[in-house]
Write a protein that binds this ligand. Structure first.
Ligand SMILES: [Zn+2]
Length: 204
C-alpha cells in the first residue's frame, strides 16, 4: 500500500493518538519478514548485524508503530541530530545521497495530487506546505522539521526535504524533476522555499 493510503487510513483511525495498554495486548501479532536468504552474524556491539547492503525492510513497514505509551511521534531534535550526524560523519558528498534518499522516500508516498502532498506533509509533520507559484512551481514550507528555528548559517540545509519533494513531484507530474531550495530558515528566512524544475521524461 502506498504511503498516502496508509496515512489517510491512520488519520481516519486517529493514528496520532497514544493507544492504551489494553489495546497493546491485542496487537501482538507481527508480520514475519522473510529472511531466509539473510546472512547475519553475531557482533560484539549488537545482537546481530546483517551482511546485506540493503536491510530487508520496506518503507511501508515503517508505518507500523507499536508504542502504546509514547505514540507515533518523536521530538524533532532526534530527526535533526540524525540528519546532522550523517552529514558530519559522511561528509559533504553525503548531501547528494541524502537528497536521493529523500527522493526514494518521496516516491514511496505515492501522492498523485498537490492536495495529497499538502496532506502528507502535514500528517507526517514535515512542515506546512503552500504552493506560491505554478510556473515554475514554487513551494513554501513553514515550520520545517529540520531547519525551523535554526541560526542563520548562510546555507540552505533541507536536502532530505527537497529530495522528498522531488520524489513526490515525480509522481504528481509524471516527469523527472530536480528540486532546488532557494530560501531556508538556516539562511535567515522565515520559511523554506523550493523550486521544482522539470528535467526530463521518466524512463519507465
Ligand atoms: Zn530549509
Amino acid at each position: 500500500m502506498a504511503g498516502i493510503s496508509k496515512i489517510l487510513k491512520l488519520k481516519k483511525e486517529g493514528g496520532n493518538e497514544v493507544k492504551t495498554k489494553v489495546e497493546k495486548s491485542t496487537q501482538k501479532e507481527k508480520k514475519k519478514v522473510d529472511k531466509s536468504n539473510d546472512n547475519t552474524s553475531e557482533s560484539t556491539s549488537g545482537r546481530c548485524i546483517s551482511k546485506r547492503w540493503v536491510l530487508p525492510l520496506q518503507y511501508e513497514d515503517l508505518y507500523e508503530v507499536d508504542r502504546p505509551t509514547l505514540g507515533r511521534y518523536v521530538d524533532v531534535v532526534v530527526f535533526r541530530a540524525f540528519a546532522l550526524s550523517i552529514i558530519k560523519y559522511l561528509g559533504f558528498n553525503s548531501i547528494h545521497k541524502i537528497y536521493h534518499a529523500g527522493e526514494d522516500f518521496g516516491r514511496s508516498l505515492g501522492v498523485k495530487t498537490i492536495d495529497e502532498l499538502i496532506e502528507c506533509f502535514k500528517y507526517l509533520r514535515i512542515g506546512v506546505l503552500e504552493v506560491v507559484e505554478e510556473n515554475p512551481i514554487r513551494i513554501r514550507v513553514y515550520e520545517s522539521v529540520f531547519c525551523s528555528g535554526f541560526p542563520n548559517i548562510g546555507e540552505c540545509v533541507c536536502h532530505y526535504e527537497r529530495g522528498i519533494l522531488a520524489g513526490c513531484f515525480e509522481n504528481i507530474l509524471r516527469k523527472k524533476v530536480e528540486v532546488i531550495e532557494t530560501k531556508c530558515c538556516a539562511c535567515g528566512d522565515d520559511y523554506c522555499e523550493f523550486e521544482i524544475r522539470v528535467i526530463g521524461d521518466l524512463t519507465t
